[in-house]
Design a protein around this ligand. Sequence first.
Ligand SMILES: C[S@@+](CC[C@H](N)C(=O)[O-])C[C@H]1O[C@@H](n2cnc3c(N)ncnc32)[C@H](O)[C@@H]1O
Length: 358
Amino acid sequence: MDLFAGPGGLDVAAEKLGIATAGVEWDPAACTTRRAAGLETWEGDVRRFGPSDFPDADVLAGGPPCQTFTVAGTGAGRRALDDVLAFVERIIAREDREEILKDLSKLEDERTGLVLEPLRWALEAIDERDKPYRAIVLEQVPAVLPVWEAYARALEGEGYSVDCGLLRTEAFGVPQTRKRAVLIARMGGDSVTLPSPTHRTYRKGVSRESGDSTLSPWRTMGEVLDRESPFSVISNYGTGGDPKARGRRGSWEPSATVTGKISRNRVVGLDGEELDRFSPSEAGRLQTFPADYPWSGRDVGQQIGNAVPPRLAMHVLSAAFGWAPPSEEKLSTLRTWKDKEPASAVPDGNSEAVAAYV
Ligand SMILES: C[S@@+](CC[C@H](N)C(=O)[O-])C[C@H]1O[C@@H](n2cnc3c(N)ncnc32)[C@H](O)[C@@H]1O
C-alpha cells in the first residue's frame, strides 16, 4: 500500500521484487504515468482513504510531500517541524481525530499535516482493522528525519522493531548523489536494520577506486546513459543565475541530485559544445527507472525528481522484510519495464510528455 505514490518509484521496486502494489496519488499527471506503467492507482487524497479500504494490504509505504520541511533551518521550517512533533504525540495518545483535524486545518501551511498520514494509517490498521501492517517503509528529504525518529518511538510502542537514518543513493549503486531520510519497521520478531551500503560514497575530487575495498566504486552517469562521448552537466538551478555558483558534474561522476528542474540542466561536450539536454528516459535512468518507463502526463521532470530511486527502494524494502539484499541479477531487472502489461493504453502521450517536460 503506497501512500503519495507519485509516478511509482517505490512500486517499481516492489513489483520487481514480486510484491503486488496499490498506490494512492492525487496528481493526475503522476497517475497518467502510473496507469501507463500498469500500476494499480487510486487517484485521490490520501486523507480520504484508510487501511480498511484496502483490507488485504499488509505492507505500508510512503513518501509524504514535505515542502514545508525543505525550508528547515528557516523559521517556517522549524515551526512546521515543532507542530508536527506535537501532533505525533497527540496521534499516539489516540486523541479524537476530529479535534486533531480541526487543529491541523489551522496550520500556516496545510500540507504540513500530510507527513502525519502514514502514522494515522499504521495506528488505524491496529485499532480499527485489527490487522497491523507487517512492515512499514517511509522515505523523505533529510530534514524529515526528526519526524521519522518520533514515528520510531511511536511504532516501537506498538510492537514494531524500527530503524531510521539517512541513506545516500550512490552508496547503493544509483548513479546519482541524493540523501534521504528512511524509516523501516517490522512487526514482532527480530530487529530490523537499514540496508548496508554496497558502493562507495562519492566525494568530489576523490577517485572512485579509493576507499573501502569491500565496496564497489560508485556508478557514473556515463555508465547508465548511451551518450557517445563524455559530457558535463551544468545545473541551472538554485543559484540566482550566478554562473560560477552553478553545479557541474562530469559523465565520469554520479549525477547531482535529480530535481524537478532536471530538464533545465545544460549538457555540454568537453569542447564546450552544447548537447541535447536529458530526455525523460535519461533523467529517469539517473533515478534507476527502467529506460522504457512510460513517462506520461504533464511535468514529467517534476514526477521524476519526486521519485524514490527504485534501486535504493529494492534495498530498503528487502531490509524491511528481513530478506537478503537484492542480488545484482535481481537489480538488473530494473533495466526494462516493457514486460509489464499496461493497465490502459499509453496516451498519445509520450511525445506530449516530452514536450511538457522540456
Ligand atoms: C515525494 S512524492 C512521492 C514519490 C513516490 N514515493 C515515488 O517513489 O515515486 C509525493 C507525492 O505526493 C503527492 N501528494 C501530495 N499531496 C497528496 C495528497 N493529499 N493525497 C495524495 N497524493 C498527494 C504528490 O502529488 C507527489 O506525487
